[in-house]
Design a protein around this ligand. Structure first.
Ligand code: PAF
Length: 279
């Protein structure tokens, strides 16, 4: 497996691969990322991974400085999962002096966009750059970041980017907690409490599967579970159209239920797609 630190190194390596899968990450790899790498490898036969803590997707006061970084460990794990190369640039490689462009996808309805203004423009900008540099055949993202997935699908479609976007199911710990690099911030007590997030989604999902379609009723099922967990500070419970992210307040057969919940200083997000199928 090769390590590329510059755009020029990636460009020199890229012609070796006909089909190339790509997994963009911010490092601190966990089993969820490794599953995405294996999936991309199985689809394309070769896979590139980027490891880059993208400063422009963090607002002042967020966790840019304390975001976990361990490139040596990431390289070992990526190699073990089958990565052919890792692109791990310094911030100055992607954002040299004078850099001033921003990609704004304009899906502004989402709850995560409202909670983190400017975040998705930072994500779309770096992902557009990474796609142009790596030129992947298929790029794989995790459903855990549902709003990010919608933004990236829109970005690729609107800008005619020649890449297939593949969304993989959320990888979960045995107690249901969605895998995330930020889980490492949780104290043991917070970690135990954080399982309430997936339990809350499960409660709404069970009501949906037994025929309940009203977001207001499903919201009560979510609130009952989160309200019973004293450490859970709910930031939002949102029901939205999975593609446009437009909020839903009336019964629907297909909706994205997303949550953002704080445990101490750690903010976790998770979601479930509620889909009754049919037309
Ligand atoms: O999901 C992430 O880890 C990041 O948002 C991404 C897609 C790598 C862009 O920095």
């Amino acid at each position: 497996m090769q390590l590329c630190r510059t755009v020029a190194q990636v460009r020199a390596l890229r012609p070796r691969f006909e089909r190339l899968g790509f997994v963009p990450t911010m490092g601190s790899l966990h089993d969820g990322h490794l599953g995405l790498i294996r999936r991309a490898k199985a689809t394309c036969g070769a896979v590139a991974v980027s490891v880059f803590v993208n400063p422009i997707q963090f607002a002042p006061g967020e966790d840019l400085e304390r975001y976990p970084r361990d490139l040596e460990r990431d390289l070992e794990l990526a190699q073990g999962a089958g990565a052919d190369f890792v692109f791990a640039p310094e911030p100055s490689e992607l954002y040299p002096a004078g850099f001033s462009s921003r990609v704004d996808v304009g899906l502004t309805h989402g709850a995560e966009n409202a909670a983190r203004p400017g975040h998705f423009s930072g994500v779309a900008t770096v992902v557009a750059k990474l796609f142009n540099i790596v030129q992947p055949t298929v790029a794989v993202f995790g459903q855990k970041d549902a709003e990010q997935c919608a933004v990236i699908r829109r970005l690729a479609a609107d800008l005619d980017l020649p890449v297939k976007i593949d969304i993989a199911p959320t990888a979960r710990e045995p107690d249901g907690l969605a895998m995330s690099s930020r889980n490492s911030y949780l104290s043991p007590v917070e970690r135990a409490a954080a399982a309430a997030v997936s339990r809350a989604l499960g409660a709404a999902q069970a009501r949906f599967h037994s025929g309940e379609r009203d977001p207001d009723v499903l919201r009560i099922a979510v609130a009952a579970v989160l309200g019973a967990e004293p450490l859970a500070q709910t930031q939002y419970v949102a029901f939205a159209d999975p593609d446009s992210l437009a909020p839903l307040s009336t019964p629907a057969r297909r909706m994205l239920l997303s949550l953002a919940v704080r445990f101490g200083r750690t903010r976790l997000i998770d979601n479930v797609l509620l889909d009754a199928g049919g037309i």
